[in-house]
Design a protein around this ligand. Structure first.
Ligand code: ATP
Length: 248
């Protein structure tokens, strides 16, 4: 069991396919939230939309939390954004610099991808939502991985792992479970301003690919966590769902 006011069951594994998948299996087997899973090696990490999250042995910290929120009819996409704020706060408190957030689910260091958040939810007929919040964070990644976008690790943030993995994992778990325990009231209202203070897209040209392609300038997020993009046709709200964002 882990920490303060929750009875979090923590599973620490040498290796796992994916910490999110592992918690999903345990959920299906009837294990009750809250639970968390950490691993040294994650060999089939997942991103959104079936994309791969690469993590060579020892190079990253994969961590997932299974949490139940009552009175919620469906998973709320703003949880992903709030989790980004929480992760940045933990890393900055440890001395990391140059961090920002790229809508909807990326944590950047000097504009390069340092980590990703993957929230998967299950509505429980009349009983709220079970969600699995996963974080993949790059600690010390080889520079030549086949990743199709710029990436970085905690060394680039000035941490160079003088911080131990265990301390980092404990702080992240504590802060993320605190956030989950106090969501949904007041929910994203408490995170929108800090999210926007770290918005990597604010005032920058962005290109959004999804069902249609959209070009414009990032203008923060609305109260529902939708990205606001100023296009030639005016302001457009973009839902996270099936879209991918790049700097244009
Ligand atoms: P995008 O960030 O391109 O919009 P996405 O949100 O669909 O994509 P994510 O779920 O954030 O994707 O993560 C998967 C993508 O992240 C991969 O396709 C790859 O480009 C990149 N990636 C994979 N492993 C890593 C890693 N260890 N560090 C940084 N980026 C990675």
């Amino acid at each position: 069991a882990f920490g303060g006011n929750t009875d979090l069951t923590l599973q620490v594994l040498e290796q796992v396919d994916s910490t999110n998948t592992r918690l999903e299996q345990m959920r299906r087997q009837g294990m009750a939230p809250p639970m968390a899973c950490l691993a040294d090696i994650q060999w089939a990490g997942r991103g959104r939309r079936g994309r791969q999250w690469l993590m060579p042995p020892g190079a990253g910290l994969p961590l997932s939390i299974l949490w139940s929120i009552r009175h919620w009819p469906a998973p709320d996409p703003t949880i992903t954004l709030a989790a980004g704020v929480v992760v940045i706060r933990v890393l900055e408190a440890l001395g990391a610099r140059g961090l920002s957030l790229k809508w909807p689910n990326d944590i950047l260091v000097h504009g390069r991808k340092l980590g990703g958040i993957l929230v998967e939810g299950h509505a429980q007929a009349g009983a709220g939502v079970d969600l699995i919040l996963g974080l993949g964070l790059n600690l010390r990644l080889p520079r030549d991985l086949p990743i199709d976008q710029p990436y970085g690790d905690l060394r680039d943030a000035g941490l160079d792992l003088d911080v131990s993995r265990n301390v980092l994992a404990a702080r992240l778990l504590e802060a993320l479970t605190d956030m989950l325990a106090t969501y949904p009231e007041p929910g994203f209202a408490a995170y929108r301003t800090p999210w926007q203070a770290h918005d990597a897209c604010a005032g920058r040209p962005v290109l959004i690919r999804g069902a249609r392609t959209l070009e414009g300038t990032g203008c923060g997020v609305d109260a529902g966590g939708r990205l606001q993009v100023l296009t030639a046709e005016g302001m457009v709200s973009v839902e996270a769902g099936e879209v991918s964002l790049r700097f244009a």
